[in-house]
Design a protein around this ligand. Structure first.
Ligand SMILES: N[C@@H](CCC(=O)N[C@@H](CS)C(=O)NCC(=O)O)C(=O)O
Length: 234
């Protein structure tokens, strides 16, 4: 735990208890916890695209700052992204974080109105990306978390299979269209992040030609490519 993170946490706790009597200050701002290049990239890109006021709190995974008690008090799972709203509410799980960012800024158009089929399709792809692609990536990159066996080859292979099937479905969906639903949405930002995590992008893009144009479309939206670049994804 860095002294800075500890200080931030103390500030956050103090602020939570005093919040009702405080006017808006720097300490009250929304905070996104993340680490470079990881699951916080999509929320950071969405918030930047929207022009939201937020503070980015980068954790050093090498120093295990995500496992320090101060961060576990925010997300007991010890994972990023975690979004702390200005009223102290914590939102974890990348899909939920992104959907809430879109809802907080309805005028950004990153999600369609409640009850519409376009919005339902956004839910569909957000859940699909979280449970197939994100999960497949973790399986492929951190197989030791998915088995008690010494050898991880089978887990890596199953991760690869899950990713192939999921990206093929996304590719088919993007045949003839630049976006996963009717309009540009948080699902496109989420997919672009996951796309750049792929272990063999040349092979993926050669085999599934509709992914890269959709990702390029996402990168062309205001603010997005800067965040992807800062995070080393492009
Ligand atoms: N289901 C979670 C997964 C988040 C996740 O696995 N984040 C990684 C970084 S990309 C992490 O924090 N890993 C640390 C750990 O699991 O110990 C989500 O969608 O937010």
């Amino acid at each position: 735990m860095s002294a800075q993170l500890a200080l931030d946490f103390v500030r956050h706790s103090a602020q939570t208890s005093r919040r009702k009597s405080l006017s808006q200050s720097e300490d009250d701002s929304m905070k996104l916890y993340g680490t470079t290049g990881a699951g916080s990239v999509a929320p950071q890109a969405a918030l930047t695209h929207i022009g939201a006021d937020f503070e980015l709190k980068m954790l050093d995974f090498k120093k295990e700052e995500h496992l320090a008690p101060e961060f576990l008090a925010i997300n007991p799972r010890g994972q990023i992204p975690a979004l702390v709203l200005d009223d102290g509410t914590v939102i974890t799980e990348s899909a939920a974080v992104l959907l809430h960012i879109a809802d907080m800024h309805a005028d950004s158009g990153l999600i369609a109105a409640p009850g519409t089929t376009t919005r339902a399709q956004t839910y569909r792809w957000m859940a699909f990306l979280a449970t197939n692609v994100y999960e497949g990536m973790l399986r492929y990159m951190y197989p030791e978390h998915y088995t008690t066996e010494e050898k991880h080859d089978g887990v890596v292979a199953s991760g690869e299979q899950v990713l192939s099937r999921a990206f093929a479905i996304l590719n088919d969906t993007l045949d003839g269209r630049p976006e996963l639903v009717e309009n540009f949405s948080v699902a496109d930002i989420y997919m672009a992040m996951l796309f750049y995590w792929h272990h063999d992008l040349p092979a993926l893009t050669a085999e599934l030609p509709h992914l890269q144009p959709a990702v390029d479309n996402t990168l062309s939206k205001p603010g997005i490519s800067d965040v992807f670049s800062q995070n080393g994804l492009i």
